[in-house]
Design a protein around this ligand. Structure first.
Ligand SMILES: Cc1ncc(COP(=O)(O)O)c(C=O)c1O
Length: 489
């Protein structure tokens, strides 16, 4: 390791600037003075404002024209993860996914994207004007969610769409399962196009050999990571990494300066500097303990009657290439409860909240901030709730009617986003072009997206899942009596 990785150029400069106690007659309006609002003090202490400086303060660099400490901090970040370039993001992986799409594809160009993508990927499609070719979601029969994108499936799509200009995937997903990113990168590069990876849940991966490799290490061109999700950075702090020459550095810089605030938060950027330094210098030791704790938790959960915690036994199935051991996917249904009921007991009786809940599972994430006492608390709470034997009274699982094929895309996301729309009864919408996203939740995969043709099978399916108690997310009228379709009033 380069000894410079011990340094925190931006964070250290910020401390110096704060200690200089300048007389500020510039923004921010709080003038770094403590206690200017009692509720903010109640929330975060008197001193939170002291460090909230911007580039006007001497020695504080500016993200959009980084010359000094921020340039060096981003260089150290790239070095620490093995990327050619790393960019600090202050609007989460959300802006990273949007910027990646804008950097890789332009108006009217084709991009291959999994249907089960975060909404920021869809945002990137709207902003870029690209035409998505969706990887059809194939749910894993046990987990009931698509866990990965198979290389063969994408290879087939590329044969059908040789005009594709990029491939975008999410890996790991919320459940901690990874696709064969290396295989997908080779496939993309064989076609001369870049692979963009939403690795929002994998900022810790580069820092331990017992974790699956990060997309940065296996050839992806643009990789987005939420440092706030699995490392110690503050919420919204994230990273965009660039490798290779298929995407121009200057293009990424230009897009990020267009999309990120012109007043980037020093607190967020300093927390990225700190998270990188911590990972580069102590990451191996910290993550060794995290992985040990997660294994201890997994073993403990498997010993609780009625519970199961998945691990790498699903690797090799449905395109799953690897599993991140720090994600605990806890199946609760053998207790007689569904995920939501179980999660409610955990919240109300133990003040404990997992990262994500679906009808069968509670997903908990173990990070470098956990210790054995916290894991014991989790195990104890899980044990107590599992032993209560208070079964769920209402079912909340997706009914067995097979989902219809992906709908026909008539307008691309950008065209649909800017088209006029009107409201009409859903039952009469067959043949119309949908103007909104309609997503049964669970499983949280959009069945209709703006610009897609509504056919009779889709109307029947959505009305059926709705009638069976599945929530509908996305449309203005979530009761699905009405839907917005493309076309003026
Ligand atoms: C897979 C995935 N991608 C992107 C994002 C957006 O990340 P952020 O909250 O850092 O903007 C999320 C957030 O939940 C996510 O789960």
């Amino acid at each position: 390791m380069n000894p410079q990785q011990h340094e925190t150029p931006f964070l250290s400069n910020l401390i110096k600037a704060r200690d200089a106690h300048e007389y500020s007659f510039h923004m921010p309006g709080h003038k770094f003075l403590p206690g200017h609002h009692p509720l903010m003090t109640a929330l975060a202490g008197d001193l939170i404002f002291e460090a909230d400086m911007n580039e006007i303060s001497p020695g504080v660099d500016y993200l959009h024209a980084a010359k000094g400490a921020l340039r060096e901090a981003q260089r150290l970040q790239a070095e620490a993860v093995g990327a050619d370039h790393s960019f600090f993001l202050i609007n989460g992986s959300t802006v990273g996914n949007e910027a990646s799409m804008l950097a890789a594809v332009h108006d009217g160009e084709t991009v291959i994207v999994p249907r089960a993508a975060h909404r920021s990927v869809y945002g990137g499609l709207i902003l870029s004007g690209a035409n998505p070719v969706y990887v059809p979601p194939v749910s894993h029969p046990q987990v009931e969610f698509p866990l990965a994108v198979a290389v063969d499936t994408v290879a087939d799509l590329l044969r059908q769409h040789p005009e594709a200009k990029a491939i975008q995937i999410t890996s790991p997903n919320y459940y901690g399962y990874l696709s064969d990113v290396g295989g997908l990168a080779r496939l993309a590069h064989d076609h001369g196009i870049p692979l963009l990876v939403d690795e929002a849940h994998g900022a810790h991966l580069p820092f331990h050999p017992d974790l699956p490799p990060s997309a940065i290490q296996v050839g992806a061109d643009l990789v987005v990571q939420s440092s706030h999700k699995t490392l110690g950075a503050l919420t919204q702090a994230a990273l965009l990494h660039l490798n290779g020459s298929l995407i121009a550095v200057s293009g990424v810089e230009r897009i990020l300066s267009l999309m990120q605030s012109s007043s980037p938060s020093s607190l967020l950027t300093a927390s990225l500097d700190a998270a990188r330094q911590q990972m580069a210098t102590e990451g191996h030791a910290l993550l060794t303990e995290t992985i040990r704790l997660a294994a201890y938790a997994r073993e403990g959960i498997r010993a609780i009657p009625g519970l199961w915690c998945y691990g790498d036994e699903l690797v090799g199935e449905y395109g799953v290439f690897a599993h991140d051991p720090t994600k605990l996917v806890i199946r609760v249904t053998d207790t007689g409860m569904n995920g939501h009921t179980f999660a409610t007991h955990l919240a109300e009786e133990h003040n404990l909240f997992g990262e994500f809940v679906d009808p069968k599972h509670i997903i908990c994430s173990i990070t470098i901030a956990d210790d054995e006492a916290r894991v014991d608390y989790l195990l104890n709470a899980l044990h107590t709730v599992a032993a209560q034997g208070k079964p769920t009274t209402t079912e909340n699982t997706l009914p067995s009617l097979a989902a219809p094929a992906l709908p026909q895309m008539v307008m691309n996301p950008r065209q649909a986003n800017f088209a006029a729309s009107r409201r009409m009864p859903f039952s009469q919408a067959v043949g119309q072009i949908c103007a909104e996203q309609i997503m049964p939740y669970p499983p949280g995969i959009p069945m209709l997206l703006p610009g897609e043709r509504i056919d009779a099978d889709m109307v029947d399916y959505l009305r059926y899942v709705k009638a069976n108690g599945v929530a509908i997310v996305g449309p203005e009228d979530t009761s699905l009596e009405y839907v917005r379709v493309i076309g003026g009033e």
